[in-house]
Design a protein around this ligand. Structure first.
Ligand code: ADP
Length: 439
C-alpha cells in the first residue's frame, strides 16, 4: 500500500472522482464548495432568521439583501482547510501502475548500459535499447529466465525480490563474444513502500570486458618485463659470484666474464630505454603531431646511422627516393625511430638477402608511403598479425642473439597510431618481408 499524504487540491486522481467525493472541479469551485461546507451552520442559521423575518412580514428585498450580505461575509472569512488525503484510500488502477512504469523507464531508454525492469514475479516489464542490442529481443511479460538462463543471475534476482535489497554478481558470457558484466539487481523505491504486486526491480549490466582486458594486458606486460630483466640479472649475479669465488685469481676468465657482463647490462639498459619510450608514447598517444617533416633527408639520415650495423651483418641499404620533397605531418624524432627500427630489423633478420631496399613513394593524390624490403627468410603467416604485440618474437633465441628486446615493432605501432598512419606487413617464407608505412 502507498503510504503518506498528499495535498488534496492538486493530486486527486480520477479514481477518487469515481468515488463521488470531489468531482472534476477547478480549484476555484473546489475552494467555494469547501468554504460552504465549512460555514454550513452559519449559513443555515442565517437562512432560518431570514425565513422568520419574512414570516413576520418584513420587506422581502431587505431580508434578501441582508441574507446575501451574511452569506458573503461568512464565506469570505472561511479559510478552506486542504484535506490531507491518505493515499491508501486511492485504489491503484492499471493506468496508475502503467504510468509508474513509464516513470521508471523514462530515462532508462537513453542509457547506453543494458537495463531491464522486472515485476515482483520476475517478469520482464521493460528492457532498454542497449539491453536489446546486447541480449536480443524479449517478450514483454515473460519470466526473466526466458531471456537469461544463468543460475547466478536468477538466484540474485530471486534474492533481491525476496529481501527487497540490492545485489550484484559478476557474470561472463562466451557467445557471441567473450564478455564480462557486473550484473546488479535493485528494487525501485518510488514512494517508500509499494504493494507486493506492484513492485519494480531494475537489473543492470555493466560491461567490464575492456577493463578486464586492459588489466590482463598490464599484468602480462609487467610479468614479461620482469622476466626480460630477470634473465640478464641472474646471469650478472652468477658471473659476480664466479669472479668472487672460483675465478678469483683467474685474470683471463675474469676478463671474459666482464665482457659478457657488459653485454648483459647493455641489454638491460636497451630494454629500460624501450620501456620508457613506450610509456612516453602512451602518454601522448592522443595528441596528433603537427610538424611538417620531409621524409627524403630523414631516410638519408637513418640510412647513414645504420651503415655500421649493416656492414657488420654484410647488408647494403639501398634508398629509392623520389625527386623533390615528401612531406608529412609528424614528429621528426619519432619517425626516425620508426624507420630505424624497421631498417634495423630488415638488416638483422633478413641479412641473408644481402640488400635491404627502402622505397619512398610520393605520387600525386596518393598517400606518402615508405616500404622497407628485405630478401631474408620471411615470417610464417601465423606470426604476422601478432608482430606488434609487446615482447612478441618469432624466435626468442634469434631475437636475443640479435640484441632484440621484442619491443621495436610495438614502439613502431604506437608511433604510427599517433601519426594516424598504417603499418602493412607482407611476408613470404623463403622470399622475404616488406613493411610499408602508409601516411
Ligand atoms: P626485436 O627487438 O626482437 O627485434 P621487434 O618488435 O622489432 O623486436 O620484432 C619482433 C619480431 O618480429 C622479431 O623478434 C622477429 O622475430 C620478427 N621480425 C621483425 N622484422 C623482421 C624481418 N624483417 N624479417 C623477419 N622477422 C622479423
Amino acid at each position: 500500500m502507498i503510504h503518506g499524504y498528499q495535498a488534496g487540491f492538486e493530486d486527486r486522481s480520477t479514481s477518487r472522482d469515481r468515488e463521488g467525493q470531489l468531482v472534476d472541479e477547478t480549484p476555484w469551485t473546489r475552494s467555494l464548495i469547501l468554504r460552504i461546507r465549512q460555514e454550513r451552520p452559519v449559513l443555515l442559521v442565517a437562512l432560518l432568521i431570514a425565513l422568520i423575518a419574512l414570516a413576520a412580514g418584513a420587506n422581502k428585498w431587505v431580508v434578501l439583501g441582508l441574507l446575501l450580505l451574511m452569506i458573503i461575509t461568512a464565506l469570505w472569512h472561511a479559510v478552506p482547510v486542504i484535506p490531507q488525503v491518505p493515499l491508501e484510500s486511492i485504489p491503484e488502477t492499471v493506468e496508475t501502475a502503467g504510468s509508474r512504469l513509464a516513470e521508471v523507464t523514462a530515462t532508462l531508454e537513453a542509457l547506453d548500459v543494458p537495463v531491464m525492469v522486472l515485476s515482483g514475479d520476475a517478469s520482464v516489464l521493460y528492457q532498454n535499447r542497449a539491453a536489446e542490442k546486447a541480449f536480443g529481443e524479449v517478450t514483454i511479460g515473460a519470466h526473466i529466465s526466458a531471456r537469461l538462463r544463468s543460475p547466478g543471475i536468477l538466484d540474485m534476482v530471486g534474492e533481491t525480490i525476496a529481501t527487497n535489497a540490492p545485489n550484484q554478481i559478476e557474470h561472463s558470457e562466451r557467445l557471441p563474444s567473450e564478455r564480462v558484466y557486473i550484473v546488479r539487481s535493485a528494487p525501485v523505491d518510488l514512494d517508500g513502500q509499494q504493494p507486493a504486486d506492484e513492485r519494480f526491480f531494475v537489473v543492470s549490466f555493466r560491461d567490464i570486458s575492456e577493463v578486464r582486458r586492459i588489466d590482463r594486458m598490464r599484468s602480462d606486460f609487467v610479468a614479461n618485463a620482469s622476466h626480460e630483466l630477470r634473465t640478464p640479472l641472474a646471469s650478472l649475479r652468477g658471473f659476480i659470484e664466479t669472479i668472487q669465488g672460483p675465478a678469483k685469481n683467474d685474470a683471463k676468465a675474469q676478463e671474459r666474464f666482464l665482457g659478457i657482463m657488459l653485454d648483459q647490462t647493455t641489454r638491460m639498459s636497451r630494454l629500460v630505454d624501450d620501456l620508457l619510450s613506450l610509456s612516453r608514447l602512451e602518454l601522448k598517444s592522443h595528441i596528433a603531431p603537427d610538424q611538417k617533416v620531409d621524409l627524403v633527408p630523414l631516410l638519408g639520415h637513418v640510412r647513414d646511422s645504420l651503415v655500421p650495423l649493416a656492414n657488420d651483418v654484410g647488408v647494403e641499404i639501398a634508398l629509392h627516393l623520389p625527386q623533390g620533397k615528401a612531406e608529412v605531418l609528424g614528429d621528426r624524432d619519432e619517425l626516425v625511430q620508426v624507420f630505424e627500427n624497421l631498417i634495423e630489423n630488415a638488416c638483422k633478420y633478413g641479412h641473408e638477402g644481402k640488400t635491404v631496399d627502402v622505397f619512398l613513394k610520393n605520387g600525386q593524390g596518393e598517400p606518402v608511403e615508405v616500404t622497407v624490403v628485405d630478401r631474408g627468410p620471411g615470417i610464417p603467416a601465423e606470426h604476422v598479425p601478432r608482430l606488434t604485440e609487446r615482447f612478441y618474437r618469432v624466435s626468442i633465441e634469434d631475437s636475443r642473439s640479435k640484441k632484440g628486446t621484442g619491443l621495436g615493432l610495438a614502439i613502431v605501432k604506437h608511433i604510427l597510431t599517433r601519426h594516424r598512419a598504417r603499418l602493412i606487413v607482407k611476408s613470404e617464407v623463403g622470399k622475404g618481408t616488406s613493411f610499408t608505412v602508409r601516411f
